[in-house]
Write a protein that binds this ligand. Structure first.
Ligand code: UFG
Length: 330
């Protein structure tokens, strides 16, 4: 019985929360991570850990031989949009080619299910909001294209070889495990809530708001911020859906409503109990004014219900984690 889950990138931010969600659900996991951005300490001691590349065929064959893996959750990958513009081939190698090797290894070893970490970046600048899964995919950067190519590859492998595939298109992931067991550790963070929390604990002097002249309610960009633990739960829900014989497909993961940059800053100030030093800067290249997920499909198909759909909760958990990092890592 192949009941174990291989979690690539399980030492990273989102992957480590998925490992906790699997563990909380009593589902055995094995982590494969090259520790290029992840941390060994993010993986619980009782979860088998393999250090290495998720696109290494020999290593994959060995891991899939040694453990009774029935499902792969594929988190490993590169995620920084501006970096993808500067180093596109690195993104196609790390995201698309590694995924190809992983899918091939799955087919060879008889792994039947695959849950892929995709992104709202596949939509580019959406024509209608909220954006649902039937919207056209027109990514505007190599990062989005490298993920979309993998979605296509998986869809074709599903049709030809019967692999059961769920691709989850994440919107803006933020926050940390409410029990303080995991959080985001990136050394050079760029994501708004992480950056604002770093400013709140004094790790950086302040933050820049990239553009306040967008056609939105307060002039700053709107994003659908989703708590990382709700996203982790969505992976467990996807697994149960596939194990129960459900159809694969692509699914947005968000809350269906958004917050502006100013609203996020205000929430961090409330949580910290002190004002942040904020400067208005010019627009950042490639930022869509508004990105909000249509979530009818995931709620209907998986029965997924978010537990932390509240900006103050997201920010409070992110800030608590940031304070803990400051105490433990310095
Ligand atoms: N922002 C600031 N100041 C900062 C950081 C961000 O004003 O210091 C703004 C951005 O301009 C944007 C919003 O906050 O308007 C959110 O920016 P993030 O960098 O936190 O997140 P993105 O929306 O750019 O990125 C997310 C995912 C990507 C995905 C992208 C799709 O993290 O993986 O959505 O648009 F590609």
């Amino acid at each position: 019985e192949r009941g174990h889950v291989l979690v690539t990138g399980g030492a990273g931010y989102i992957g480590s929360h998925a490992v906790l969600a699997l563990r909380d659900a009593g589902i055995p996991a094995v982590v494969l991570d090259d520790l290029s951005t992840g941390r060994r300490a993010a993986v619980p001691a009782d979860v088998p850990f393999v250090e290495g590349d998720a696109g290494d065929p020999a290593l994959l064959a060995e891991v899939l031989e040694r453990h009774p893996i029935g499902t792969v959750m594929h988190f490993a990958g590169s995620i920084v949009v501006p970096e993808s513009v500067e180093k596109p081939l690195a993104y196609y190698a790390n995201n698309t080619l590694a995924s190809h090797a992983l899918v091939e290894a799955c087919l060879r070893a008889g792994v039947g299910r695959f849950v892929f970490s995709s992104t709202a970046a596949v939509y580019g600048i959406p024509g209608t909001l909220p954006v649902d899964e039937e919207a056209p995919t027109r990514p505007i950067n190599p990062y989005g294209r490298s993920k979309l190519m993998t979605e296509w590859m998986l869809r074709d492998a599903a049709a030809a070889h019967g692999l059961k595939v769920v691709a989850l298109r994440y919107f803006n992931v933020a926050g940390a495990d409410p029990a303080g067991r995991a959080g985001q550790c990136s050394r050079a963070a760029t994501h708004l809530i992480k950056v604002a929390c770093e400013a709140a604990v004094g790790r950086r002097p302040g933050l820049l708001v990239f553009g306040d002249d967008y056609p939105t309610r307060d002039g700053t960009c709107v994003r659908d911020y989703v708590h990382v633990s709700d996203l982790a739960d969505a992976h467990v829900a996807a697994l149960r859906h596939l194990e129960g014989g459900g159809e694969g497909g692509v699914f947005n993961v968000g809350y269906g409503h958004g917050s502006t940059v100013r609203e996020v800053v205000a929430a961090v100030e409330r949580a910290a109990g002190a004002p942040l030093s904020v400067r208005i800067d010019g627009r950042r290249a490639g930022d869509p004014p508004e990105l909000v997920a249509g979530i009818a499909r995931i709620t209907r198909t998986f029965g997924w219900r978010p537990r932390f759909d509240d900006l103050d909760t997201i920010v409070a958990t992110a800030l608590a984690w940031e304070r803990r990092l400051l105490e433990t890592v310095g």
